[in-house]
Design a protein around this ligand. Sequence first.
Ligand SMILES: Nc1ncnc2c1ncn2[C@@H]1O[C@H](COP(=O)(O)OP(=O)(O)OP(=O)(O)O)[C@@H](O)[C@H]1O
Ligand SMILES: [Mg+2]
Length: 395
Amino acid sequence: MNELAIICADDDPTVLSSLEMEIKNLVGNDYLIELAENGEDALEIYEELSEEGNEIVLFISDYLMPNMKGDELLKQIQERSPKTLKIMLTGQADLKAVGNAIKSANLFRYIAKPWQPEDFRLTLISALNSYHQDKELANFYADLEKKIEKRTQELQTKNQALIKLNQEKNEFLGIAAHDLKNPLSAIQGWAEMIIEDYDDIPKAEIIDVNRLILNSSRQMFELIKNLLDVNAIESGQINAELSCVDILPTVQTLVDSYSERAKTKNISLQLHRQNNPYYALVDKSALQQILDNLISNAVKYSPYAKHVNIRMRQFEKTVTCEIQDEGQGLSESDKKKLFGKFTRLTPKPTGKEHSTGLGLFIVKKLVEAMNGNVWCESELGKGTSFFVEFPAFLL
Ligand SMILES: Nc1ncnc2c1ncn2[C@@H]1O[C@H](COP(=O)(O)OP(=O)(O)OP(=O)(O)O)[C@@H](O)[C@H]1O
Ligand SMILES: [Mg+2]
């Protein structure tokens, strides 16, 4: 039902009807007005109205009634419904009863009988206003509390994310520092050796040592370049400038360059392609970086005398490049970690190549920035295929 209700209890029927009339004059049909001639009936009416889902706004009770007095009745109502406002009518100035009711029933007002209609009217208006203001305030606070709870939760989530990011950054810094320390201390050692033994070292050996220094500095340079890329990615600074590019020349150049380098491992690279361009919507320098890592990985993690196949495929909406090797392949658990940061997994470089474990992380972020896709299919002992797919540009 959900109506607003006022209950009046008085053992005098004339008082009851005059209460009803005066209340009705003020509130019209906005409230249900229920009358009871004693405390028990009043409690019963209260229970019924509440069970039906009505909201009992005001309870007016006479003090002097047989069996149950007004202060006791209002106390019981207070126990059931603290929000309901209570007014007591007192025939004679019974201050003790009023005091009781104020304490135990949180009495809103008392009205001395006989009352002046205007006094009654003003008391009623003030009671109803007070009830609705309290209700609005309660709703407002409930709403506020919900908002505060939601914001607190949001802040906690953000805080946790920040803590995680900070931990990651520390970890990142630790690994980076460690990876830089090794080549740097090697360079230092070789430089010291040249200074100390310059007169005794044959020229050819100095050149060899310098080669080692060069190699170590390249490693450090590569790591720093990757670290800067990761930093740019994580601070949201990937600026992929997409344009229509035939990706074939980039693949071809990389295949030629890695074929040369792979000769030392007796690994051959073969490009499978149709006789047509493969236009895609990509950023040319990011494309080069992506394919470079995937092809370099295939060579880096393949044992000697294996083959690497690079297959170009043109679909209706995409252009795909598959880089397939005959290396040791990846386990299921390695596959899950593949595109993370600093992931040096079970397969190790087969020709002492350097590995920072950042390549595939960068590849994935760059591919995503170009609305492409990269994934891996691999079977332990058989080899690995990396697929990279870009949106095709149809002329
Ligand atoms: N084709 C592959 N076959 C087998 N394992 C691979 C292959 N490609 C990558 N991996 C494994 O995944 C790891 C991560 O590769 P990723 O390219 O991210 O880093 P990396 O090659 O070690 O270093 P770099 O940052 O120089 O690329 C490698 O260390 C290797 O264990
Ligand atoms: Mg790599």
